[in-house]
Design a protein around this ligand. Sequence first.
Ligand code: AMP
Ligand code: MG
Length: 482
Amino acid sequence: MTSAPETTVVLEAGFARALPELAVEWRAAAAPEPALLALNEALASELGLDAGWLRTSDGLAFLLGNVVPDGAIPVAQGYAGHQFGNYSPRLGDGRALLLGELVGSDGTRRDLHLKGSGATPFSRGGDGFAAAGPMLREYVISEAMHALGIPTTRALAVVATGQPVYRDQPLPGAVLARVAASHLRVGTFQYAANLESPDLLRRLADYAIARHYPAAAGAEQPYLALFEAVAQRQASLIAHWMLVGFIHGVMNTDNMTISGETIDYGPCAFMDVFDPATVFSSIDHGGRYAYGNQPAIAAWNLARFAEALLPLLADDQDRAIAVATEALNGFGPAFSHVWSAGLAAKIGLTEPAEDVVDDLLELLRDNHIDFTSFFRALARHARGDREPARGLFPDLARFDSWAARWSALEPDADLMDRVNPVYVPRNHLVEEALTAATDGDLAPVTRLLAAVSQPFDERPGFERYAEPAPDDFGRYQTFCGT
Ligand code: AMP
Ligand code: MG
Protein backbone atom coordinates (compact mmCIF):
# COMPACT_ATOMS: atom_id res chain seq x y z
CA MET A 1 0.00 0.00 0.00
CA THR A 2 1.33 3.43 -0.88
CA SER A 3 1.15 5.98 1.84
CA ALA A 4 1.53 9.65 1.20
CA PRO A 5 2.29 12.06 4.00
CA GLU A 6 -0.74 14.07 5.04
CA THR A 7 0.97 17.31 4.05
CA THR A 8 0.73 16.43 0.35
CA VAL A 9 -2.97 17.33 0.41
CA VAL A 10 -3.41 21.00 -0.42
CA LEU A 11 -6.64 22.67 0.58
CA GLU A 12 -7.07 26.23 -0.59
CA ALA A 13 -9.20 28.74 1.25
CA GLY A 14 -10.43 30.86 -1.64
CA PHE A 15 -13.95 31.26 -0.30
CA ALA A 16 -12.85 32.05 3.25
CA ARG A 17 -10.43 34.70 1.97
CA ALA A 18 -12.71 36.26 -0.63
CA LEU A 19 -15.87 36.36 1.49
CA PRO A 20 -14.89 36.42 5.18
CA GLU A 21 -18.28 37.95 6.09
CA LEU A 22 -19.89 34.64 5.06
CA ALA A 23 -17.46 32.36 6.86
CA VAL A 24 -16.67 31.60 10.49
CA GLU A 25 -13.37 29.82 11.09
CA TRP A 26 -14.18 26.62 12.90
CA ARG A 27 -12.90 23.14 13.68
CA ALA A 28 -14.52 19.73 13.62
CA ALA A 29 -15.30 17.93 16.87
CA ALA A 30 -12.74 15.28 17.82
CA ALA A 31 -13.92 11.75 17.01
CA PRO A 32 -12.98 9.23 19.72
CA GLU A 33 -12.83 6.10 17.57
CA PRO A 34 -12.75 6.64 13.81
CA ALA A 35 -13.70 3.76 11.53
CA LEU A 36 -14.14 3.91 7.78
CA LEU A 37 -17.63 2.93 6.61
CA ALA A 38 -17.38 3.83 2.92
CA LEU A 39 -14.71 5.23 0.64
CA ASN A 40 -15.20 6.29 -2.96
CA GLU A 41 -11.90 5.19 -4.46
CA ALA A 42 -12.80 6.30 -7.99
CA LEU A 43 -13.61 9.80 -6.78
CA ALA A 44 -10.50 9.90 -4.57
CA SER A 45 -8.29 9.18 -7.54
CA GLU A 46 -10.17 11.71 -9.68
CA LEU A 47 -9.35 14.25 -6.96
CA GLY A 48 -5.71 13.21 -6.80
CA LEU A 49 -6.12 11.79 -3.29
CA ASP A 50 -4.39 8.55 -2.38
CA ALA A 51 -7.09 6.03 -1.42
CA GLY A 52 -4.54 3.88 0.43
CA TRP A 53 -3.56 6.85 2.57
CA LEU A 54 -7.18 7.87 3.18
CA ARG A 55 -7.70 4.45 4.81
CA THR A 56 -4.87 5.01 7.33
CA SER A 57 -5.43 6.64 10.70
CA ASP A 58 -3.91 9.87 9.33
CA GLY A 59 -6.28 9.66 6.39
CA LEU A 60 -9.30 9.15 8.63
CA ALA A 61 -8.23 12.10 10.80
CA PHE A 62 -8.13 14.17 7.61
CA LEU A 63 -11.57 12.94 6.48
CA LEU A 64 -12.99 13.86 9.89
CA GLY A 65 -11.44 17.33 9.88
CA ASN A 66 -9.45 16.39 13.00
CA VAL A 67 -6.10 16.99 11.31
CA VAL A 68 -6.05 19.88 8.90
CA PRO A 69 -3.37 20.41 6.25
CA ASP A 70 -1.16 23.48 6.66
CA GLY A 71 -2.70 26.50 5.06
CA ALA A 72 -6.29 25.23 5.15
CA ILE A 73 -8.90 27.41 6.86
CA PRO A 74 -11.96 25.29 7.69
CA VAL A 75 -15.08 27.43 7.97
CA ALA A 76 -18.75 27.17 8.74
CA GLN A 77 -20.54 29.01 5.94
CA GLY A 78 -23.31 31.46 6.61
CA TYR A 79 -26.53 31.36 4.64
CA ALA A 80 -30.18 32.22 5.01
CA GLY A 81 -33.14 30.43 3.50
CA HIS A 82 -36.84 30.08 2.92
CA GLN A 83 -37.83 26.82 4.59
CA PHE A 84 -41.26 25.69 3.38
CA GLY A 85 -41.81 29.28 2.32
CA ASN A 86 -40.85 30.86 5.65
CA TYR A 87 -37.77 33.03 5.73
CA SER A 88 -34.98 32.35 8.23
CA PRO A 89 -32.30 35.06 8.03
CA ARG A 90 -29.67 32.87 9.69
CA LEU A 91 -29.32 29.16 8.94
CA GLY A 92 -25.76 28.34 7.91
CA ASP A 93 -23.63 25.26 8.47
CA GLY A 94 -25.05 24.02 11.75
CA ARG A 95 -23.45 20.61 11.46
CA ALA A 96 -21.10 21.04 8.55
CA LEU A 97 -17.77 22.62 7.62
CA LEU A 98 -16.11 23.67 4.43
CA LEU A 99 -12.66 22.14 4.93
CA GLY A 100 -11.29 23.89 1.88
CA GLU A 101 -10.99 23.66 -1.87
CA LEU A 102 -9.20 21.02 -3.91
CA VAL A 103 -7.82 22.43 -7.12
CA GLY A 104 -7.33 19.86 -9.88
CA SER A 105 -4.48 19.83 -12.38
CA ASP A 106 -6.98 21.21 -14.92
CA GLY A 107 -7.75 24.13 -12.61
CA THR A 108 -11.20 22.92 -11.46
CA ARG A 109 -11.85 24.00 -7.92
CA ARG A 110 -14.00 21.76 -5.77
CA ASP A 111 -15.19 22.15 -2.20
CA LEU A 112 -14.30 19.46 0.29
CA HIS A 113 -17.04 19.64 2.87
CA LEU A 114 -17.94 17.69 6.00
CA LYS A 115 -21.41 16.94 7.30
CA GLY A 116 -21.93 15.80 10.88
CA SER A 117 -18.69 17.34 12.13
CA GLY A 118 -20.06 18.94 15.30
CA ALA A 119 -21.80 22.08 16.49
CA THR A 120 -20.90 25.50 15.05
CA PRO A 121 -22.05 29.06 15.72
CA PHE A 122 -24.91 28.28 13.29
CA SER A 123 -26.24 25.24 15.15
CA ARG A 124 -29.30 26.96 16.64
CA GLY A 125 -29.64 24.38 19.41
CA GLY A 126 -28.92 21.37 17.21
CA ASP A 127 -26.18 18.97 18.28
CA GLY A 128 -24.16 19.36 15.09
CA PHE A 129 -23.91 15.62 14.56
CA ALA A 130 -25.25 13.08 12.12
CA ALA A 131 -26.09 9.39 12.34
CA ALA A 132 -24.31 6.86 10.13
CA GLY A 133 -27.53 5.70 8.42
CA PRO A 134 -28.48 9.08 6.92
CA MET A 135 -24.87 9.83 5.89
CA LEU A 136 -24.65 6.49 4.08
CA ARG A 137 -28.04 7.30 2.57
CA GLU A 138 -26.63 10.53 1.10
CA TYR A 139 -23.58 8.57 -0.10
CA VAL A 140 -25.69 5.98 -1.94
CA ILE A 141 -28.24 8.34 -3.44
CA SER A 142 -25.79 11.03 -4.52
CA GLU A 143 -23.56 8.43 -6.19
CA ALA A 144 -26.65 6.95 -7.89
CA MET A 145 -27.52 10.41 -9.19
CA HIS A 146 -23.99 10.89 -10.49
CA ALA A 147 -24.12 7.54 -12.28
CA LEU A 148 -27.46 8.58 -13.80
CA GLY A 149 -25.65 11.58 -15.29
CA ILE A 150 -27.35 14.14 -13.06
CA PRO A 151 -25.29 17.03 -11.67
CA THR A 152 -24.76 16.46 -7.97
CA THR A 153 -22.43 16.81 -5.05
CA ARG A 154 -20.38 13.62 -4.71
CA ALA A 155 -19.71 11.45 -1.70
CA LEU A 156 -16.04 10.83 -0.92
CA ALA A 157 -16.32 8.91 2.35
CA VAL A 158 -18.35 8.16 5.42
CA VAL A 159 -16.35 7.75 8.62
CA ALA A 160 -17.92 6.53 11.86
CA THR A 161 -16.90 8.67 14.82
CA GLY A 162 -17.28 6.06 17.54
CA GLN A 163 -19.59 8.42 19.38
CA PRO A 164 -23.35 7.87 19.60
CA VAL A 165 -25.80 10.53 18.47
CA TYR A 166 -29.14 10.75 20.21
CA ARG A 167 -32.30 10.85 18.11
CA ASP A 168 -35.30 8.71 19.19
CA GLN A 169 -32.61 6.29 20.31
CA PRO A 170 -28.81 6.29 20.41
CA LEU A 171 -27.39 5.76 16.91
CA PRO A 172 -23.84 5.39 15.64
CA GLY A 173 -22.44 8.82 14.69
CA ALA A 174 -20.63 9.47 11.41
CA VAL A 175 -19.21 12.21 9.22
CA LEU A 176 -19.82 12.40 5.48
CA ALA A 177 -17.03 13.95 3.42
CA ARG A 178 -18.49 15.29 0.22
CA VAL A 179 -17.26 17.20 -2.77
CA ALA A 180 -19.14 19.92 -4.63
CA ALA A 181 -18.54 22.42 -7.42
CA SER A 182 -19.22 24.82 -4.55
CA HIS A 183 -21.60 25.23 -1.65
CA LEU A 184 -22.94 28.58 -2.84
CA ARG A 185 -26.69 28.47 -2.43
CA VAL A 186 -29.59 30.77 -3.21
CA GLY A 187 -29.60 31.18 0.58
CA THR A 188 -26.00 32.42 0.47
CA PHE A 189 -27.18 35.36 -1.66
CA GLN A 190 -30.16 35.93 0.61
CA TYR A 191 -27.80 36.09 3.61
CA ALA A 192 -25.46 38.50 1.83
CA ALA A 193 -28.36 40.68 0.66
CA ASN A 194 -29.61 40.82 4.25
CA LEU A 195 -26.32 42.24 5.48
CA GLU A 196 -27.13 45.26 3.28
CA SER A 197 -23.63 45.73 2.02
CA PRO A 198 -23.74 46.32 -1.73
CA ASP A 199 -20.01 45.65 -1.84
CA LEU A 200 -20.39 42.20 -0.23
CA LEU A 201 -23.25 41.23 -2.54
CA ARG A 202 -21.21 42.30 -5.54
CA ARG A 203 -18.15 40.36 -4.35
CA LEU A 204 -20.30 37.27 -3.83
CA ALA A 205 -21.80 37.57 -7.31
CA ASP A 206 -18.35 38.14 -8.83
CA TYR A 207 -17.07 35.09 -6.97
CA ALA A 208 -19.96 32.96 -8.28
CA ILE A 209 -19.40 34.19 -11.82
CA ALA A 210 -15.67 33.51 -11.71
CA ARG A 211 -16.18 30.07 -10.26
CA HIS A 212 -19.21 28.81 -12.17
CA TYR A 213 -20.18 31.07 -15.05
CA PRO A 214 -17.04 32.77 -16.35
CA ALA A 215 -18.81 33.60 -19.63
CA ALA A 216 -21.20 35.90 -17.72
CA ALA A 217 -18.26 38.19 -16.87
CA GLY A 218 -18.08 39.24 -20.50
CA ALA A 219 -21.83 39.84 -20.87
CA GLU A 220 -23.26 43.32 -21.19
CA GLN A 221 -25.00 42.83 -17.82
CA PRO A 222 -22.93 40.25 -15.93
CA TYR A 223 -25.30 39.89 -12.94
CA LEU A 224 -28.31 39.40 -15.17
CA ALA A 225 -26.28 36.85 -17.13
CA LEU A 226 -25.46 35.11 -13.84
CA PHE A 227 -29.13 34.92 -12.94
CA GLU A 228 -30.11 33.62 -16.37
CA ALA A 229 -27.37 30.99 -16.32
CA VAL A 230 -28.43 29.72 -12.88
CA ALA A 231 -32.06 29.59 -14.01
CA GLN A 232 -31.09 27.56 -17.09
CA ARG A 233 -29.02 25.09 -15.07
CA GLN A 234 -31.74 24.66 -12.49
CA ALA A 235 -34.38 24.16 -15.18
CA SER A 236 -32.30 21.40 -16.71
CA LEU A 237 -31.51 19.89 -13.30
CA ILE A 238 -35.14 19.66 -12.17
CA ALA A 239 -36.18 18.15 -15.52
CA HIS A 240 -33.46 15.51 -15.16
CA TRP A 241 -34.57 14.72 -11.61
CA MET A 242 -38.10 14.20 -12.76
CA LEU A 243 -37.13 12.05 -15.74
CA VAL A 244 -35.74 9.46 -13.29
CA GLY A 245 -38.49 9.91 -10.70
CA PHE A 246 -36.37 11.77 -8.15
CA ILE A 247 -38.08 13.82 -5.46
CA HIS A 248 -35.72 16.11 -3.55
CA GLY A 249 -38.16 16.54 -0.71
CA VAL A 250 -36.82 19.75 0.85
CA MET A 251 -36.31 22.32 -1.88
CA ASN A 252 -35.78 25.18 0.53
CA THR A 253 -33.77 28.07 -0.92
CA ASP A 254 -30.79 27.03 1.23
CA ASN A 255 -30.84 23.65 -0.52
CA MET A 256 -30.63 25.07 -4.05
CA THR A 257 -27.13 25.56 -5.45
CA ILE A 258 -25.84 28.31 -7.69
CA SER A 259 -23.72 25.74 -9.57
CA GLY A 260 -26.79 23.72 -10.60
CA GLU A 261 -25.80 20.61 -8.68
CA THR A 262 -28.22 18.61 -6.57
CA ILE A 263 -27.41 19.18 -2.90
CA ASP A 264 -28.49 18.03 0.57
CA TYR A 265 -29.88 14.57 0.35
CA GLY A 266 -32.18 14.50 3.35
CA PRO A 267 -35.76 13.38 2.83
CA CYS A 268 -35.26 12.73 -0.89
CA ALA A 269 -36.47 9.50 -2.48
CA PHE A 270 -37.25 7.93 -5.84
CA MET A 271 -40.89 7.58 -6.75
CA ASP A 272 -42.10 4.00 -7.10
CA VAL A 273 -45.59 4.14 -8.65
CA PHE A 274 -46.01 7.13 -10.97
CA ASP A 275 -48.08 9.88 -9.40
CA PRO A 276 -47.20 13.60 -9.61
CA ALA A 277 -48.67 14.12 -6.12
CA THR A 278 -46.08 11.81 -4.52
CA VAL A 279 -44.54 13.12 -1.30
CA PHE A 280 -42.31 11.13 1.06
CA SER A 281 -41.15 13.71 3.61
CA SER A 282 -42.84 13.32 6.98
CA ILE A 283 -43.10 17.09 7.44
CA ASP A 284 -44.37 18.02 3.96
CA HIS A 285 -48.04 17.95 4.88
CA GLY A 286 -49.17 20.32 2.14
CA GLY A 287 -47.23 18.56 -0.61
CA ARG A 288 -45.24 21.71 -1.31
CA TYR A 289 -42.29 19.61 -2.50
CA ALA A 290 -44.29 16.88 -4.25
CA TYR A 291 -42.82 15.33 -7.42
CA GLY A 292 -44.96 17.39 -9.78
CA ASN A 293 -44.47 20.66 -7.90
CA GLN A 294 -40.70 20.69 -8.30
CA PRO A 295 -40.54 22.98 -11.37
CA ALA A 296 -42.89 25.53 -9.79
CA ILE A 297 -40.88 25.48 -6.55
CA ALA A 298 -37.61 25.89 -8.43
CA ALA A 299 -39.07 28.95 -10.15
CA TRP A 300 -40.26 30.27 -6.77
CA ASN A 301 -36.76 29.81 -5.34
CA LEU A 302 -35.25 31.56 -8.36
CA ALA A 303 -37.58 34.49 -7.72
CA ARG A 304 -36.04 34.71 -4.23
CA PHE A 305 -32.59 34.60 -5.84
CA ALA A 306 -33.61 37.43 -8.16
CA GLU A 307 -34.86 39.46 -5.20
CA ALA A 308 -31.49 39.08 -3.50
CA LEU A 309 -29.74 40.20 -6.69
CA LEU A 310 -31.99 43.25 -7.33
CA PRO A 311 -29.46 45.88 -6.18
CA LEU A 312 -27.04 44.55 -8.82
CA LEU A 313 -29.54 44.34 -11.68
CA ALA A 314 -30.28 48.06 -12.08
CA ASP A 315 -29.90 51.30 -10.13
CA ASP A 316 -33.63 51.86 -10.20
CA GLN A 317 -35.61 49.21 -8.28
CA ASP A 318 -38.62 49.14 -10.64
CA ARG A 319 -36.27 48.68 -13.54
CA ALA A 320 -34.43 45.89 -11.66
CA ILE A 321 -37.73 44.12 -10.96
CA ALA A 322 -38.74 44.35 -14.62
CA VAL A 323 -35.42 42.91 -15.74
CA ALA A 324 -35.59 40.09 -13.18
CA THR A 325 -39.18 39.22 -14.04
CA GLU A 326 -38.40 38.93 -17.69
CA ALA A 327 -35.39 36.73 -16.99
CA LEU A 328 -37.42 34.53 -14.67
CA ASN A 329 -39.92 33.97 -17.48
CA GLY A 330 -37.18 32.03 -19.24
CA PHE A 331 -37.34 29.25 -16.64
CA GLY A 332 -40.60 27.64 -17.81
CA PRO A 333 -39.61 27.20 -21.46
CA ALA A 334 -36.12 26.02 -20.46
CA PHE A 335 -37.61 23.36 -18.19
CA SER A 336 -40.18 22.25 -20.79
CA HIS A 337 -37.54 21.93 -23.44
CA VAL A 338 -35.42 19.45 -21.44
CA TRP A 339 -38.44 17.65 -19.98
CA SER A 340 -40.17 17.12 -23.36
CA ALA A 341 -37.01 15.96 -25.10
CA GLY A 342 -36.21 13.67 -22.17
CA LEU A 343 -39.68 12.12 -22.07
CA ALA A 344 -39.57 11.55 -25.82
CA ALA A 345 -36.24 9.74 -25.42
CA LYS A 346 -37.71 7.62 -22.61
CA ILE A 347 -40.21 6.23 -25.11
CA GLY A 348 -37.62 5.91 -27.86
CA LEU A 349 -38.41 9.01 -29.90
CA THR A 350 -35.99 11.67 -31.05
CA GLU A 351 -38.70 14.32 -31.49
CA PRO A 352 -41.03 15.51 -28.71
CA ALA A 353 -44.49 13.93 -29.04
CA GLU A 354 -46.44 15.77 -26.39
CA ASP A 355 -49.87 14.19 -26.76
CA VAL A 356 -48.46 10.65 -26.80
CA VAL A 357 -46.37 11.38 -23.71
CA ASP A 358 -49.17 13.13 -21.83
CA ASP A 359 -51.53 10.24 -22.45
CA LEU A 360 -48.89 7.79 -21.29
CA LEU A 361 -48.28 9.64 -18.03
CA GLU A 362 -52.01 9.64 -17.35
CA LEU A 363 -52.14 5.94 -18.10
CA LEU A 364 -49.25 5.26 -15.71
CA ARG A 365 -50.87 7.25 -12.95
CA ASP A 366 -54.33 5.73 -13.35
CA ASN A 367 -52.95 2.18 -13.45
CA HIS A 368 -50.45 2.67 -10.55
CA ILE A 369 -47.46 1.63 -12.65
CA ASP A 370 -43.91 1.45 -11.29
CA PHE A 371 -42.13 4.35 -13.00
CA THR A 372 -38.61 2.92 -13.33
CA SER A 373 -39.29 -0.66 -14.46
CA PHE A 374 -42.05 0.37 -16.87
CA PHE A 375 -39.74 2.06 -19.37
CA ARG A 376 -37.39 -0.93 -19.57
CA ALA A 377 -40.41 -3.19 -20.09
CA LEU A 378 -41.58 -0.81 -22.81
CA ALA A 379 -38.22 -1.14 -24.60
CA ARG A 380 -38.85 -4.89 -24.74
CA HIS A 381 -42.27 -4.13 -26.19
CA ALA A 382 -40.53 -2.08 -28.90
CA ARG A 383 -38.46 -5.21 -29.67
CA GLY A 384 -41.59 -7.33 -30.03
CA ASP A 385 -41.64 -8.85 -26.50
CA ARG A 386 -44.91 -7.28 -25.41
CA GLU A 387 -45.92 -9.15 -22.28
CA PRO A 388 -43.61 -7.46 -19.74
CA ALA A 389 -45.24 -4.08 -20.37
CA ARG A 390 -48.79 -5.22 -21.19
CA GLY A 391 -48.91 -7.46 -18.14
CA LEU A 392 -48.62 -4.41 -15.87
CA PHE A 393 -51.90 -2.80 -16.92
CA PRO A 394 -55.25 -3.64 -15.35
CA ASP A 395 -56.79 -1.46 -18.08
CA LEU A 396 -55.36 -3.46 -20.98
CA ALA A 397 -57.53 -2.02 -23.75
CA ARG A 398 -56.39 1.48 -22.89
CA PHE A 399 -52.73 0.45 -22.90
CA ASP A 400 -53.05 -1.42 -26.22
CA SER A 401 -54.64 1.57 -27.85
CA TRP A 402 -51.87 3.84 -26.57
CA ALA A 403 -49.18 1.31 -27.61
CA ALA A 404 -50.54 1.15 -31.14
CA ARG A 405 -50.21 4.92 -31.54
CA TRP A 406 -46.72 4.82 -30.04
CA SER A 407 -45.52 1.87 -32.13
CA ALA A 408 -46.55 3.71 -35.28
CA LEU A 409 -43.89 6.30 -34.40
CA GLU A 410 -41.21 3.58 -34.70
CA PRO A 411 -39.56 3.91 -31.30
CA ASP A 412 -35.86 3.09 -30.93
CA ALA A 413 -35.48 0.47 -28.18
CA ASP A 414 -31.72 1.01 -27.87
CA LEU A 415 -32.24 4.70 -27.23
CA MET A 416 -34.73 3.76 -24.50
CA ASP A 417 -32.24 1.48 -22.78
CA ARG A 418 -29.62 4.21 -22.85
CA VAL A 419 -31.80 6.71 -20.96
CA ASN A 420 -34.01 4.51 -18.76
CA PRO A 421 -32.21 3.10 -15.71
CA VAL A 422 -32.70 -0.49 -14.60
CA TYR A 423 -31.48 0.27 -11.10
CA VAL A 424 -32.31 3.26 -8.92
CA PRO A 425 -31.92 3.35 -5.13
CA ARG A 426 -35.40 2.07 -4.45
CA ASN A 427 -36.81 2.93 -1.05
CA HIS A 428 -37.18 -0.62 0.22
CA LEU A 429 -33.60 -1.44 -0.82
CA VAL A 430 -32.19 1.71 0.76
CA GLU A 431 -33.99 0.98 4.02
CA GLU A 432 -32.86 -2.63 4.04
CA ALA A 433 -29.24 -1.62 3.43
CA LEU A 434 -29.22 1.15 6.04
CA THR A 435 -30.82 -1.03 8.69
CA ALA A 436 -28.08 -3.62 8.13
CA ALA A 437 -25.38 -0.91 8.19
CA THR A 438 -26.67 0.51 11.47
CA ASP A 439 -26.37 -3.02 12.88
CA GLY A 440 -22.78 -3.23 11.63
CA ASP A 441 -23.23 -5.13 8.34
CA LEU A 442 -22.07 -2.99 5.41
CA ALA A 443 -22.44 -5.69 2.73
CA PRO A 444 -25.96 -4.68 1.62
CA VAL A 445 -24.86 -1.02 1.19
CA THR A 446 -21.89 -2.15 -0.91
CA ARG A 447 -24.12 -4.37 -3.04
CA LEU A 448 -26.72 -1.62 -3.53
CA LEU A 449 -23.95 0.79 -4.52
CA ALA A 450 -22.71 -1.73 -7.07
CA ALA A 451 -26.21 -1.89 -8.59
CA VAL A 452 -26.89 1.84 -8.75
CA SER A 453 -23.37 2.82 -9.86
CA GLN A 454 -24.07 1.23 -13.27
CA PRO A 455 -27.74 2.04 -13.53
CA PHE A 456 -28.22 1.35 -17.23
CA ASP A 457 -26.43 -2.03 -17.47
CA GLU A 458 -28.73 -4.91 -16.66
CA ARG A 459 -26.57 -7.50 -14.90
CA PRO A 460 -27.19 -11.06 -13.74
CA GLY A 461 -27.29 -11.37 -9.98
CA PHE A 462 -28.92 -7.97 -9.52
CA GLU A 463 -32.48 -9.02 -10.42
CA ARG A 464 -34.02 -8.02 -7.11
CA TYR A 465 -32.56 -4.50 -7.43
CA ALA A 466 -34.66 -3.98 -10.56
CA GLU A 467 -37.92 -5.08 -9.00
CA PRO A 468 -40.58 -2.82 -7.51
CA ALA A 469 -41.12 -2.79 -3.76
CA PRO A 470 -42.99 -5.78 -2.36
CA ASP A 471 -46.64 -5.06 -1.57
CA ASP A 472 -46.05 -5.31 2.17
CA PHE A 473 -43.44 -2.49 2.12
CA GLY A 474 -46.28 -0.02 2.66
CA ARG A 475 -46.25 3.75 2.53
CA TYR A 476 -42.73 5.19 2.73
CA GLN A 477 -41.75 8.16 4.88
CA THR A 478 -38.50 10.12 4.95
CA PHE A 479 -37.11 12.58 7.49
CA CYS A 480 -35.18 15.87 7.72
CA GLY A 481 -32.45 16.87 10.19
CA THR A 482 -31.32 13.31 10.75
P1 AMP B 1 -31.32 20.86 5.96
O1 AMP B 1 -32.73 21.24 5.62
O2 AMP B 1 -31.17 19.45 6.48
O3 AMP B 1 -30.40 21.10 4.80
O4 AMP B 1 -30.82 21.75 7.19
C1 AMP B 1 -31.35 23.01 7.49
C2 AMP B 1 -30.53 23.69 8.55
O5 AMP B 1 -30.54 22.98 9.77
C3 AMP B 1 -29.07 23.89 8.19
O6 AMP B 1 -28.69 25.16 8.64
C4 AMP B 1 -28.38 22.78 8.96
O7 AMP B 1 -27.03 23.10 9.25
C5 AMP B 1 -29.22 22.73 10.23
N1 AMP B 1 -29.16 21.42 10.91
C6 AMP B 1 -29.73 20.25 10.52
N2 AMP B 1 -29.46 19.26 11.40
C7 AMP B 1 -28.69 19.81 12.38
C8 AMP B 1 -28.10 19.32 13.60
N3 AMP B 1 -28.21 18.04 13.98
N4 AMP B 1 -27.38 20.19 14.34
C9 AMP B 1 -27.24 21.47 13.97
N5 AMP B 1 -27.78 22.00 12.88
C10 AMP B 1 -28.51 21.18 12.07
MG1 MG C 1 -29.38 22.05 3.74
